[in-house]
Design a binder for this molecule. Structure first.
Ligand SMILES: Cc1cc2nc3c(=O)[nH]c(=O)nc-3n(C[C@H](O)[C@H](O)[C@H](O)COP(=O)(O)OP(=O)(O)OC[C@H]3O[C@@H](n4cnc5c(N)ncnc54)[C@H](O)[C@@H]3O)c2cc1C
Length: 453
C-alpha cells in the first residue's frame, strides 16, 4: 500500500467538514475529504432541511385549524403523507451532487469510504493510506443507544423522514428537540402521539417557563406527555409495540404502531480507531482543548456534532469547522464563542431561544431584569390568531446587556436572531428598544417586550 500525502485530511463531509475546507483551500493547502455516506451529512440529507418540509406541512394544518378566526370556512384537511414524503425527498435529492461539484471547484479530493486512524498522522480508507499534517474529525453524531430490552424495535428520525406510511400511533422515548418537532407534525395529521421523558422537564436545556408554554400547546393539540418516566422494556404485542414503563411509582404499559428513539444524539467516533491515532477520549467523548484540538495529539482537530461540549446544531458545526480551518492555517489561536447562538425547536409554534435561561442566569449570581410577556392579547397576536405568543427577555442590570431571550410563537424563530446579533455585537437592551422597526411586524413588538424603560 502506497501512502498518499495531504496537508489536511477531513473525516466526514457534513457541515463541519465542509466548513473546514474554506480557510484551508484559500491558503492553498491540499485537502482530502472522506465521506462514508452522502456529502452534506445529516442537516441537508437526514436532518434540518427534510424535516422542515414536514414541519411546513404541519404549520399549514395549524393555519387551516385557525382559519375560522378569519371567517374562512374550510373542510377537514386530508394530507397525503406518501406524497409529502416524496416532496421532501424530491427537494433534497440534488444536494449531494451539488456539493460534490462545489468540492471539486474548491479542489478538495472527495473519497468515498469509512475512514479510520492507522497512526497519529495517517488515516486509512479502503486500501488507501493518507498521511496528513492535520487530521479533522468531523464525523457527526448518531442516536444515543438506549440500554433497555427491546431497544432494537425503535426507529429513529431517519425512518420518520422516509416511511411513506403514516402510523396511527407513535410513542417517543425522550422529550428532546427531535421528538417534539415530529410529535407536532404527527399530532396535526391525526396520529395519536405520546412522549415519555425521563427527566422532570421536556427540553431540559431550555427555559422552564418557555417549556411550560410549549407543553401546554402540545397538550392542546392532543400530545400525551409524561415526564419523570423510567422505561423498562419494549416488546412486540398484537402486531404493534408495547412500552413498559414506571411513572409515579406504578408500572404501566402503552401500545403504539411505532416507538421512536428520541433520547438525543452522541458523538459518532466509536469506529474511528482513536487509539491508533493517539486521540484521547473518555466514554466516546474526544478530549479537546479550547481551540478544538485533541489534548493528546495536536495534529487532530474536532468540529461539529463530534465535539462533545457544544450544542449539536448545523450553524455551530459550520462555525466550528471554520474555526478549525483557520487554526490549521494560522496556528491554534481561535476558540469558539458560543454566546449569542440562536436556536429553535421547530414545533408549531416554535420555541426559540438564545443565551442564558433565567435559571442559569440565577445560578451565575447575576443581577438581572426579567421581562416576561404573554402577548396573546396584543394586536399582532390577535391579527394572526396565534394560539401561543410568549416571550422572556433577560437583561443584566449593571450593563444593560441582553443575557438571554426566549420565545414561543410570535415569529420568535426570526426575532431571536435580532437578540443573538445584539448579544454577539454588544448592542444593549436600550439600543434594541430605541431602534425603529417596520410596522406592523412582530419585530415592532420588541420594544414592548423589553418594557418601556
Ligand atoms: C432529524 C434531525 C433534525 C435536525 N434539525 C436541525 C435543525 O433544524 N437545525 C439545526 O441547526 N440542526 C439540526 N439538526 C442537527 C444538525 O443536523 C447537525 O448538528 C449537523 O448536521 C452536524 O454537522 P456535522 O458536520 O457535525 O455532522 P454530520 O452532518 O452528521 O456529518 C458527518 C458526516 O461524517 C460521515 N462519517 C461518519 N463517520 C465517518 C467515517 N468514519 N468516515 C467517513 N465519513 C464518516 C457521515 O456519513 C456524515 O455525512 C438536526 C439533526 C437531526 C438528526
Amino acid at each position: 500500500m502506497t501512502t498518499e500525502k495531504f496537508d489536511v485530511v477531513i473525516l466526514g463531509g457534513g457541515n463541519a467538514g465542509i466548513g473546514v475546507t474554506g480557510p484551508v483551500r484559500r491558503a492553498g493547502m491540499s485537502v482530502a475529504m472522506i465521506e462514508s455516506r452522502d456529502l452534506g451529512g445529516t442537516c441537508p440529507n437526514r436532518g434540518c432541511t427534510p424535516k422542515k418540509v414536514l414541519v411546513a406541512a404541519g404549520h399549514t394544518l395549524h393555519e387551516i385549524e385557525r382559519a375560522a378566526v378569519h371567517h374562512i370556512a374550510v373542510g377537514k384537511p386530508r394530507l397525503d403523507w406518501a406524497a409529502l414524503i416524496d416532496r421532501e425527498k424530491d427537494m433534497i435529492k440534488h444536494i449531494p451532487a451539488n456539493l460534490a461539484r462545489a468540492m471539486a471547484r474548491r479542489q478538495v479530493e472527495v473519497i468515498k469510504g469509512h475512514a479510520t486512524f492507522a497512526s497519529p498522522n495517517t488515516v486509512r480508507v479502503g486500501d488507501r493510506a493518507l498521511q496528513a499534517k492535520h487530521i479533522v474529525i468531523a464525523t457527526g453524531s448518531k442516536p444515543r443507544p438506549l440500554p433497555i430490552p427491546g431497544a432494537e424495535h425503535m426507529i429513529t428520525s431517519d425512518e420518520m423522514l422516509s416511511e411513506r406510511e403514516l402510523p396511527a400511533s407513535v410513542i417517543f422515548i425522550g422529550g428532546g428537540v427531535i421528538s417534539l418537532e415530529f410529535a407536532h407534525v404527527y399530532a396535526r395529521t391525526g396520529v395519536e402521539v405520546t412522549i415519555l421523558e425521563a427527566l422532570p422537564q421536556l427540553l431540559p436545556a431550555m427555559d422552564a417557563d418557555a417549556v411550560t408554554q410549549l407543553q401546554g400547546e402540545s397538550e392542546r393539540i392532543g400530545i400525551g406527555i409524561n415526564t419523570g418516566v423510567s422505561v423498562r422494556k419494549i416488546e412486540p404485542a398484537n402486531g404493534r409495540l408495547r412500552v413498559v414503563f414506571v411513572h409515579g411509582g406504578h408500572e404501566q404499559t402503552l401500545e403504539a404502531d411505532r416507538v421512536v428513539n428520541g433520547a438525543g444524539r452522541i458523538a459518532n467516533v466509536d469506529t474511528l480507531n482513536l487509539d491508533a491515532g493517539n486521540v484521547a477520549q473518555t466514554h466516546g467523548r474526544v478530549e479537546v482543548d479550547s481551540c478544538l484540538r485533541s489534548t493528546s495529539n495536536p495534529l487532530v482537530h474536532v468540529c461539529g456534532d463530534a465535539v462533545p461540549i457544544s450544542p449539536q446544531l448545523s450553524p455551530i458545526a459550520t462555525y466550528e469547522g471554520d474555526i478549525v480551518g483557520r487554526n490549521i492555517v494560522e496556528g491554534a489561536k481561535y476558540s469558539p464563542d458560543y454566546g449569542g447562538m440562536a436556536t429553535s425547536v421547530y414545533t408549531t409554534p416554535p420555541l426559540a431561544a438564545v443565551g442564558l435561561t433565567e435559571t442559569a442566569a440565577g445560578q451565575k449570581g447575576l443581577a438581572i431584569d426579567v421581562h416576561v410577556n404573554d402577548m396573546l392579547d396584543w394586536f399582532s397576536a390577535r391579527t394572526y390568531a396565534e394560539t401561543v405568543a410568549w416571550s422572556k427577555v433577560i437583561v443584566e442590570k449593571a450593563t444593560d446587556r441582553i443575557l438571554g431571550a426566549h420565545f414561543v410563537g410570535h415569529a420568535g424563530q426570526e426575532l431571536v436572531n435580532i437578540f443573538g446579533l445584539a448579544m454577539r455585537f454588544g448592542i444593549t437592551a436600550t439600543q434594541i428598544r430605541e431602534n425603529v422597526y417596520a410596522y406592523p411586524t412582530f419585530a415592532s413588538d420588541i420594544k414592548h417586550m423589553l418594557g418601556h424603560g
